[in-house]
Design a protein around this ligand. Structure first.
Ligand SMILES: Nc1ncnc2c1ncn2[C@@H]1O[C@H](COP(=O)(O)OP(=O)(O)OP(=O)(O)O)[C@@H](O)[C@H]1O
Length: 241
């Protein structure tokens, strides 16, 4: 794909002596939300780690915003929210974000902006260690938004959130994409697939489908994306490639 945000060819990753990403190739468009969906353990986090450049890979090429994954110019262009929040429990949300803003050399004015974006303005003075699980993961997401990165790689950002908060976060993701950001968002909840512009469906270290939600529905003859995923799984089981 010309001018793609992320371009991956022939990627293989071995973890714990097992190939967990198996010859993956795809390209994602800029300024769009790409959903990375698949069951637990299929390799989503490993693929994201390869994209942000923190994973040792066995083979393949990963190009991000026209740079090789992990290269220094990408440091300030990518926001990465891991599944396990890595923010200090003994700081308040504001203090934690100020700390990360200085490390990332993002403007201090970003701190209030990102706290507001993730809906934590009323809790900004609370200690991170005293937050609920959902508040904690939103604080983690706020860190990834500092500095307005061009690419956001978000590993299951809505896990454990109630439907109202999930809806608010997806509205935020849409606003960020409309503002020109590119988002790669992983989930194992298929009802989030419909909110994406493009989908990468993953299973057992491979990409089963790289399509739009509409294209996937058409191809599988079902309106339900969960059913579409199941049909693709059955197809590949019948005719393994
Ligand atoms: N540090 C590690 N050492 C060895 N194997 C690992 C390690 N981390 C993950 N794996 C294995 O790699 C495979 C892919 O894991 P990964 O975390 O990428 O999956 P995932 O799709 O993100 O899962 P989840 O949705 O549960 O987060 C799994 O089989 C997992 O057991």
């Amino acid at each position: 794909m010309a001018n793609s945000a992320i371009s991956v060819t022939g990627l293989r990753v071995v973890r714990g002596g097992r190939e967990v990403v198996r010859d993956i190739g795809f390209a994602t468009p800029r300024g769009r939300i790409t959903g990375l969906l698949g069951p637990s353990g299929c390799g989503k986090t490993t693929l994201m780690r390869s994209i942000v450049g923190v994973q040792i890979v066995a083979a393949g090429e990963v190009t991000v915003l026209d740079h090789p994954a992990g290269s220094p110019p990408l440091r300030r262009l990518i926001g990465y929210a891991t599944q396990n929040p890595a923010i200090y429990a003994d700081l308040t949300i504001t203090e934690a974000l100020r700390y990360f803003a200085s490390v990332l050399r993002a403007p201090m004015s970003d701190v209030d902006r990102v706290i507001g974006e993730v809906g934590l303005a009323d809790h900004a003075g609370k200690l991170v260690g005293a937050l609920s699980g959902g508040q904690h993961s939103r604080a983690n997401l706020a860190v990834a938004l500092l500095g307005k990165p061009e690419l956001l790689v978000l590993d299951e950002p809505t896990v454990g959130l109630d439907p109202v908060l999930r809806d608010e976060l997806w509205a935020l993701f849409r606003r960020l994409a409309e503002g020109g950001a590119t988002l790669l968002v992983s989930s194992h909840v298929m009802d989030e697939a419909a909110r994406c512009d493009r989908l990468l469906l993953m299973r057992e270290g491979r990409i089963l489908a790289d399509d739009t939600p509409a294209g996937l529905r058409e191809r599988t003859g079902t309106t339900d994306l969960e059913q579409a995923f199941l049909r693709l799984v059955r197809e590949t089981e019948v005719s393994p490639s």
